[in-house]
Design a protein around this ligand. Structure first.
Ligand code: AP5
Length: 212
């Protein structure tokens, strides 16, 4: 089953996607990761996206949609998780068009529900590996050696958009542009809501039961 995994910044979309990739062999399509990779490599896409991503603003729809269309060209029949896309109603409409043109469909749109004060704690304490992208948290998932990735030995840093001043802008963008997707997917009979609070494995259990 192909799924959309959505929810506010810090809800745990990336963390849960990593488990789904590992345990259900799904393909993870994260527009945030694609932008960060493009920014790191300073590609034309990365250069266009950088000012938006660093400021916590949404990248314009036409740029995001073009990027996802490229990814879709290379799908090889594997079930996938869309993480961070769609993030606006126009993106969701485009996704529907793209998928119907390829005879594909979304089986569920899973909303990860997490209260705001928890989001702030998760985002301000998140650290990521510069090399392999592994995700840590200073309290709930610290690295064994400070600043060094357990997986690859790379440098573990704070994302620019995880600084407190930028988080506010991201949450505003979520409230204004992404939260209406709940109603959008509900009206299509695709919405499934999962409580994102609790240990990572507990959340995974709830999520996996929705997409079994
Ligand atoms: P993106 O990377 O998609 O950011 P986001 O949606 O804000 O999501 P996050 O990556 O911040 O959080 P997450 O839900 O994945 O949480 P995580 O699992 O890491 O997008 C970044 C930017 O790119 C956007 O701001 C925008 O500029 C641009 N962009 C991307 N897509 C776009 C689109 N479609 N349209 C326009 N612009 C777009 O967890 C967070 C922390 O919490 C971690 O430290 C983790 O260890 C911890 N944690 C997770 N689960 C638990 C748990 N159960 N208990 C305790 N701690 C936990």
């Amino acid at each position: 089953m192909n799924i959309v995994l959505f929810g506010p910044p810090g809800a745990g979309k990336g963390t849960q996607s990593a488990l789904l990739v590992d345990r259900k062999q799904m393909k993870h399509i994260s527009t945030g990761d694609l932008f960060r990779e493009a920014m790191k490599n300073q590609t034309p896409l990365g250069v266009k996206a950088k000012s938006f991503v660093d400021a916590g603003k949404l990248v314009p729809d036409e740029i995001v949609i073009g990027m996802v269309a490229e990814v879709f060209k290379n799908l090889k029949g594997q079930s996938f998780i869309l993480d961070g896309f769609p993030r606006t109603v126009p993106q969701a409409d485009e996704l529907e068009k793209m998928m119907s043109g390829m005879n594909l469909n979304i089986g569920k749109a899973v909303f990860l529900e997490v209260p705001r004060e928890t989001l702030m704690r998760r985002l301000t304490g998140r650290r990521v590996c510069n090399s392999c992208g592994a995700v840590y948290h200073v309290d709930s998932k610290p690295t064994r050696q400070e600043g060094i990735c357990d997986v690859c030995g790379g440098q573990v840093v704070q994302r620019k958009d995880d600084h407190q001043d930028v988080i506010g802008t991201r949450l505003e963008a979520y409230d204004k542009s992404t939260s209406p997707l709940k109603q959008y997917f509900a009206s299509k009979g695709l919405l499934s809501e999962v409580n994102g609070l609790g240990a990572t494995e507990e959340v995974y259990g709830r999520l996996a039961s929705q997409i079994a």
